[in-house]
Design a protein around this ligand. Structure first.
Ligand code: TXA
Ligand code: MG
Length: 339
């Protein structure tokens, strides 16, 4: 049985206390953050964390992010807190930034997928912060079945988990729409493991040049350090095709592809920043912020309309565009058409 807790009109402390108690009892509670919805459990409770992996169908070696509400909690999770971590936390927390640091023994290996590092973030969402404060640090991957697009609405979580977890807190649509930026600070050089809601440019303003893990832009590689990178991600049932290149040529190419696929009898959906005539169309918005916010919803909604193919317009890889393109390419299984 799943209870859906309505908090769309803002924080309700009575409901938060009930939800926090569920977390402390080892139950699973999905909750909104500013990026996407998370599927939460007590980060230090092995049994509870195991249930997250089970519910999601997530491979055991893909580690979870631990969510905190107070900088002091970081000291209970991380063995070392380098200068860069302090600087970034001070500037960007609460916010869509996750830091990977050497872990303390208290953090179960189940939570970190067997790694001796732990990923930590402080979300910028009043419901998430209140839930953590009323319970404990919360391990939470995105609240989607493994391999599916991340959830930006409680409805998405209900679609994937109703009847399989104890509670879902409905806090309305998430603001950012793509997951947090993940930076590894556990080794020599700061390294971007996953582009996300906080643009890389902003991070480099604070700590200088950051290495970009090759898997961020290119094809996924099998790499023990970045376990999340090797799995299928964000994929709807329809085949996604990403069209990349100069804007004018991309538009031209999308029109061509729509004709081509339709002539073969496929139902074609398009998600783009301007209107196209196809069987189904989802308008992503104009700015990169809007595109990021609408991205996962577009994939899920087009899928519900039973299209065979989703043609997605590529955007420039600056600011949030780096995260958007990373998600789109993965969603397409790297089926990329150059215009
Ligand atoms: O915005 C977000 O980050 C959302 C919300 C709920 O906070 N959470 C999220 O979690 O996206 P998840 O599990 O879907 O993605 C976590 C990513 C994965 O790519 C995982 O491999 C990586 O972070 N990660 C976690 N711990 C790590 C570690 N110790 N070392 C390297 N990568 C790690
Ligand atoms: Mg995820």
């Amino acid at each position: 049985m799943t209870i859906v807790i309505n908090m769309r009109d803002g924080l309700d402390w009575r409901k938060i206390r009930v939800s926090g108690r569920l977390i402390l009892e080892g139950k699973l509670v999905a909750f909104p953050t500013e990026t996407v919805y998370g599927l939460g459990a007590d980060a230090l409770n092995e049994e509870a964390v195991r249930r997250i992996f089970e519910a999601k169908g997530r491979p055991a070696d893909n580690p979870l992010i631990v969510h905190i509400a107070d900088f002091n909690d970081l000291k209970k999770l991380a063995r070392e807190i380098p200068r860069e971590a302090r600087l970034l936390a001070e500037r960007f927390w609460p916010g869509p930034l996750t830091l990977v640091l050497p872990k303390r023994d208290e953090v179960p290996l189940v939570t970190t997928g067997g790694l001796d590092t732990v990923a930590v973030r402080m979300p910028a969402h009043e419901i998430a912060l209140a839930l953590i404060r009323s319970s404990t640090p919360i391990a939470a991957p995105s609240a989607n079945i493994s391999g599916k697009p991340s959830p930006t609405l409680a409805e998405h979580v209900i679609d994937d988990f109703y009847g399989r977890i104890e509670a879902i807190i409905d806090g309305g649509e998430t603001k950012v729409g793509v997951e947090s930026t993940v930076i590894d600070l556990s080794s020599e050089k700061p390294t971007l493991l996953r582009p996300g809601g906080l643009p890389l440019e902003e991070i480099e303003k604070i700590i200088g040049p950051v290495e970009v893990h090759p898997a961020v832009r290119g094809k996924a590689v099998d790499l023990a350090k970045a376990p999340g990178m090797k799995y299928k991600h964000y994929s709807p049932n329809a085949q996604v095709v990403v069209v990349e290149g100069p804007r004018e040529r991309v538009r031209e190419k999308i029109r061509e592809l729509i004709k081509e696929y339709r002539s073969k009898g496929y139902r074609v959906g398009v998600m783009a920043t301007e209107e196209f005539e196809a069987d189904e169309f989802f308008y992503l918005g104009k700015t990169l912020e809007e595109v990021a916010k609408n991205l996962f919803k577009a994939l899920r909604e087009l899928d519900k309309k039973n299209v065979d193919i989703i043609i997605a317009e590529g955007v420039e890889e600056r600011g949030l565009g780096l995260a958007v393109m990373n998600r789109l390419r993965k969603a397409s299984g790297y089926r990329i058409v150059r215009a």
